[in-house]
Design a protein. Structure first.
Length: 251
């Protein structure tokens, strides 16, 4: 079975120009880990309809991709996400979602403006995502593509519910990390031995006195695979009497 690849798509010029701070990336990475998954990529883009359509199409074309998108599903002129999703993933049209419209009528009870009903205009075959903190639901397609408000207090409970229901693998990732007093190049031959199923990260740093240090992180869903490949780095360091330290605090 192909492993699911999770992507975050954050839509909002206000994030790029720093009028607002992003709160989604950090939350999603931790939520994915909680349910035994990991993030493959994160994109922050401005409120440009062409860019939004092309980005969604690109991510959807990746095999086994899942998109958590935040922002742009309101009804003001700069909210393009609903129409862009229709172009990228459906027939290019928006339709009145009768259940969403009924929720708007029920929740807002006599205070509905014509512009509010625009949020009930959704792509064909869209399924609603409950908004426990607000009146207007979000929506998803194919149980793979989820389009939620930019407001964290609304969207983050949605992500938790989606992961718990559909993507709770109950897997644990095992990670081993060390920091060695050597250049990164010294360990390249060991890096090249890492097999499929092992995630490798190498982070070199240089101190003000010219000394090099390299932090190596080896991770896998297979505990033995992680440990046995991590031991290859330790063996080389010890064979050459290179000082190192290791432990989870170095991650």
């Amino acid at each position: 079975m192909q492993e699911v690849k999770f992507f975050v798509l954050i839509i909002g010029t206000e994030i790029l120009n720093r009028r607002r701070e992003d709160a989604h990336f950090d939350f999603v990475t931790k939520a994915l880990q909680k349910y035994g998954n990991k993030l493959t990529g994160s994109f922050i883009i401005e409120d440009d309809p062409v860019l939004i359509v092309n980005t969604i199409r690109y991510l959807a074309a990746i095999e086994s991709s899942v998109i958590f998108s935040f922002g742009g599903i309101g009804a003001t002129p700069d909210d393009h996400t609903r129409a862009c999703v229709a172009k990228a993933l459906s027939d290019g049209k928006l339709y009145t979602h009768e259940e969403c419209k009924a929720i708007i009528d029920e929740k807002l009870a006599g205070k509905v403006s014509p512009i509010t009903y625009a949020m009930a205009q959704l792509p064909k075959e869209a399924r609603l995502i409950e908004n426990v903190y607000g009146s207007i639901p979000a929506f998803g397609l194919q149980n793979r593509y989820f389009f939620m408000p930019g407001f964290p207090h609304m969207s983050h409970p949605m992500v938790e519910a989606i992961l718990a229901h559909s993507f709770n693998t109950k897997r644990q990732i095992y990670r081993c990390t060390l920091a060695a007093q050597c250049k990164e190049s010294f360990l390249v031959d060991v890096m090249e031995q890492m097999p499929k199923g092992v995630e490798l990260s190498s982070l070199p740093t240089s101190s003000s006195n010219g000394e090099w240090h390299t932090t190596i992180s080896v991770a896998s869903y297979d505990e033995e695979l992680a440990k046995s490949n991590f031991d290859k780095f330790i063996a080389k360091l010890e064979n050459h009497s290179i000082v190192y330290q290791w432990g989870e605090k170095l991650v």
